[in-house]
Design a protein around this ligand. Sequence first.
Ligand SMILES: Nc1ncnc2c1ncn2[C@@H]1O[C@H](COP(=O)(O)OP(=O)(O)O)[C@@H](O)[C@H]1O
Ligand SMILES: [Mg+2]
Length: 359
Amino acid sequence: MSFLTLQGISKRYGDFTAIEQLDLSVERGEFLSLLGPSGCGKTTTLQMIAGFVAPSTGRVTLDGRDITQLRPEKRGIGVVFQSYALFPHMTVAANVGFGLEMRKMPRAQRAERIAEALALVRLSGLDARYPKELSGGQRQRVAIARAIAMQPELLLLDEPMSNLDAKLREEMHIELRAIQKRLGITTILVTHDQVEAMTMSDRIAVMHRGTIAQLSTPFDAYERPATPFASTFLGRTNSLAGEVLRRNPRCAEVAVASTTLHVPHEGREVAGSVHVYIRPEKMRLANGDAGDARVHGRIATRVFVGNQWLLVVDTELGRLHVAQSNTGAPPPEEGHEVGLAWTDDDLRVLTRESAHGHA
Ligand SMILES: Nc1ncnc2c1ncn2[C@@H]1O[C@H](COP(=O)(O)OP(=O)(O)O)[C@@H](O)[C@H]1O
Ligand SMILES: [Mg+2]
């Protein structure tokens, strides 16, 4: 049995269903992210694991024990909430050591744990400060240190890095992941930030309207989205509406505008109205002479972002976003005609969702 399991978990608020029949298994030592847009039910799910919200249906088990009815403080779970409240009248060290003191850990041992946790979040030396003397990002890290100091078996993090500036956030992703691996703490992270989820996770659960749309490694979530929602939520992609003409053993022939695209279907049933997806970075500007262009168009916008050029090209397939890595030579300017090339293996196809349907 997995370390943590959620079985048939639902949460209703009156007539509104926030979580619908959710199943999830998390292995010991795993780092799993719940990723999805605001309102999809990430916090609610985390709160049900922590015990602060009671599920309307279903069962939660931790290390083989049914904890569905267990009080939060009896679960041995560390939680860092979106709004992490520090005690304002207590120093950083006292805040981090609070839970340990409650547990009656001897002073010397406690001091060691506090120093260790503060070093992990890179706040060594700030032990004697008060929360009001810290930046938002530092306060957020104190909250993380406080949870880590308890060395919980399961750590739940709800958007814990949302207050950090971009550079510090990137560094914290790498460091927090290293800490998590070193301590072997099973961790569930709630985030709407896909880069954060991809950087840190063993697996990502992409959430959509109270259900899990896809549960897979970050690579598979990006390369093989299982639903239209997952396709467009994770990273940028071009979606082309088309109709399946024929399903061959390996690929589907899909009519998009006046062109026929050959898209690998990977054994999935695809028929009727579909979307064909292609990532901006999987397209390249065609060599004029080689004649490998699959479609022609005009550059509508061209933006330089340092490592890449982002182009918008108007083609007979529609408006396509194209990303070219910066090799040192700028691509043609706005207004120029270009050909676009790709490899059919980089195309993806999924049956189009009906207007009312769920992913
Ligand atoms: N106590 C509550 N009462 C009523 N609706 C709630 C309550 N808590 C959350 N919801 C609703 O449940 C949905 C999921 O909320 P939440 O889990 O906080 O989403 P997320 O963390 O993914 O942004 C939202 O539509 C939210 O408005
Ligand atoms: Mg939330």
